[in-house]
Design a protein around this ligand. Structure first.
Ligand SMILES: *Cc1c(COP(=O)(O)O)cnc(C)c1O
Length: 433
C-alpha cells in the first residue's frame, strides 16, 4: 500500500467515525482508532518474512497494546503473546491465548507470579541468577510444562534512544554475557539445570539499528551453541530473539520491513536458520504502531507571542512519551475539518497543544500545518502502539474510547468498540442555582 493510500484510508475511517457519532464536540472529543484490516496485513507480512520450514512463534509484546480485544484479534491471526507483568498475563489469558503460546518476561517476577506461570505451562525467561535460584525452589515441588530460558544481555551497545536500549554494558535487563566470569557461571547454570532449554535476548526498541539487533541475537545464539557443545547434546532447543523492530514515525512508509530484519539476521546469525532451533519473536511496536491513529477535536485557538496555538484534547494523557521526550518521539499531525476531511489551506507554523495543565503539554512545536480552528480535528498517525492504549491519568483525564475499524469491499467502514471511554469522575455535582 502506498503512503497516499494510507492517508486516504485514515481519512475514510475518520469521516466514517464522525458520521457515525464516534467523534462529536462536547461528547466524544478524543478517541483512538485501530485499522483491524491493516493489523491482519501486518501479521501476515511478519509471518511470511520467516521461512515456513522453521518453527516460529510470533509472540506479540502486550505492553505495546494491551487491550484485550486487540490481543484476541492478534491471537486469531496466529500470534502468541509476550507479557511482562501479572496484569498483562491476565489480559493475555482473557484474550484466549493458549498458555503454551504465552511468554513471561519481566525483571521483577514475584514467587507467586512464577508459580502461576509454571503451573499454567507459560514460558518463562529468567532475568537473573537470583531468579534461577527462585525457580529451583519452585520446581522442587512441582512439575511444569513451561519451557524455561535465561535472558542474556549481549552488551553490544545502545541505539539512538538510551531509555529504549537494553543491551548496553550496564542495562538492568538480563544476565550480562561479557562481565568477568559470567559466561562460565551461566554455562554452569545450564549444566546444573537440564530444564533450561531456551536462550532469550531483546536488544532494545525504537532507535536500535538492525545490525545492532542482529549482532545481539548472534551473541545469544553463540552462547546457545557453546552450551550445547560443552554439554555434548542439544539441551538448548530454542532462541527467543525479542522484538524491537523500529517504525518510521516520519512518513507512511513501513520501513524497515520484517523481511529486511530477517535478511540482517540471516547475514549475522545463519545458525538461527539451521533448523536446529525453535524461534520466538516478541515484536510490539512494529505490529501495531502504524495501524492506529488518535483523533481529537480542537477546542480553542489563540495567538501567543505571534505564534498560533491550537488547544486540542490530545496531550500527555495519550501521547506521554512525545510530550515528555519530544526529541526522541516526534509524531506527525494532520489537520482535518469538523467532518473529518483533510484541510488543504496554506500551511503555517503553529503549536499543537493538549488539555493538560502544564506548559510542556504539546504534541508539536512550530509545526507547519493548515491553520487549525475550533472544532477542527487533529489526527496523530502511528499511535497504535504505546499511545492511547496505555493512557496516563494526569489531571484525572479519562481514558478515551478505542474503536476498531474494518472496511468492506465497497469502502464502507464498520466499527467495533475495543475499549469504552472512561466516564469522567462523577463526584458530587453541585446543582446550578
Ligand atoms: C518491549 C519489549 C518487547 C517489544 O519491543 P518493541 O520495540 O515494541 O517491538 C519485546 N521483548 C521485550 C522483552 C520487551 O521488553
Amino acid at each position: 500500500m502506498s503512503g497516499c493510500d494510507k492517508a486516504g484510508r485514515r481519512e475514510r475511517i475518520l469521516r466514517a467515525a464522525v458520521e457515525q457519532g464516534l467523534l462529536e464536540p462536547e461528547k466524544a472529543v478524543l478517541a483512538g482508532f485501530i485499522d483491524l484490516d491493516a493489523v491482519n496485513d501486518t501479521v501476515t507480512s511478519l509471518r511470511s518474512a520467516f521461512p515456513a520450514s522453521l518453527r516460529v512463534l510470533h509472540a506479540f509484546a502486550a505492553k505495546a497494546n494491551c487491550l484485550v480485544p486487540v490481543l484476541a484479534e492478534l491471537r486469531r491471526s496466529g500470534m502468541g503473546c509476550e507479557v511482562a507483568s501479572a496484569g498483562e498475563l491476565g489480559q493475555a489469558l482473557e484474550a484466549g491465548f493458549d498458555p503454551a503460546h504465552i511468554v513471561f518476561d519481566s525483571p521483577a517476577k514475584s514467587r507467586a507470579e512464577l508459580a502461576l506461570a509454571l503451573d499454567l505451562g507459560i514460558a518463562v525467561n529468567a532475568d537473573s541468577f537470583q531468579e534461577l535460584t527462585r525457580l529451583d525452589g519452585l520446581l522442587a515441588s512441582r512439575s511444569s510444562a513451561s519451557r524455561i530460558g535465561v535472558r542474556v544481555n549481549p552488551q553490544v551497545g545502545g541505539g539512538a534512544i538510551s531509555a529504549m536500549s537494553t543491551a548496553t554494558a550496564t542495562s538492568k535487563f538480563g544476565v550480562p554475557l561479557e562481565d568477568e566470569g559470567n559466561g562460565e557461571l551461566l554455562l554452569q547454570a545450564y549444566r546444573d539445570r537440564p530444564w533450561l532449554t531456551w536462550v532469550h535476548t531483546h536488544v532494545g526498541s525504537q532507535g536500535c539499528p538492525l545490525e545492532l539487533m542482529a549482532r545481539g541475537v548472534a551473541k545469544a545464539v553463540a552462547f546457545a551453541e557453546k552450551v550445547n557443545d560443552s554439554l555434548g547434546h542439544r539441551q538448548v532447543t530454542g532462541i527467543d530473539i525479542g522484538g524491537g523492530l523500529p517504525v518510521d514515525f516520519g512518513s507512511d512508509e513501513t520501513s524497515p520491513g520484517f523481511g529486511t530484519y530477517v535478511d540482517a539476521l540471516r547475514e549475522h546469525v545463519p545458525a538461527l536458520f539451521s533448523g536446529a532451533y525453535e524461534i520466538v519473536t516478541e515484536f510490539g511496536r512494529s505490529v501495531m504502531a502504524k495501524n492506529g491513529f488518535t483523533a481529537a477535536y480542537v477546542e480553542y485557538t489563540k495567538t501567543v507571542g505571534g505564534r498560533p496555538v491550537a488547544i486540542t484534547h490530545a496531550g500527555a494523557q495519550v501521547a506521554t512519551r512525545t510530550v515528555f521526550a519530544p526529541d526522541a518521539w516526534p509524531v506527525r499531525i494532520e489537520a482535518h475539518d469538523r467532518r473529518g476531511r483533510a484541510k488543504s489551506s496554506r500551511p503555517v507554523p503553529q503549536d499543537v497543544a493538549g488539555p493538560c495543565c502544564f506548559a510542556g503539554d504539546l504534541l508539536a512545536r512550530g509545526r507547519t500545518l493548515p491553520l487549525l480552528e475550533p472544532e477542527d480535528i487533529v489526527v496523530v498517525p502511528d499511535t497504535g502502539a504505546y499511545y492511547f492504549s496505555t493512557p496516563f491519568h494526569y489531571n484525572s483525564l479519562p481514558e478515551p474510547a478505542v474503536h476498531g475499524a474494518r472496511t468492506d469491499a465497497h469502502g464502507q467502514v464498520a466499527f467495533r468498540l475495543l475499549r469504552p471511554a472512561q466516564a469522567a469522575h462523577p463526584g458530587p455535582v453541585p446543582t446550578a442555582r
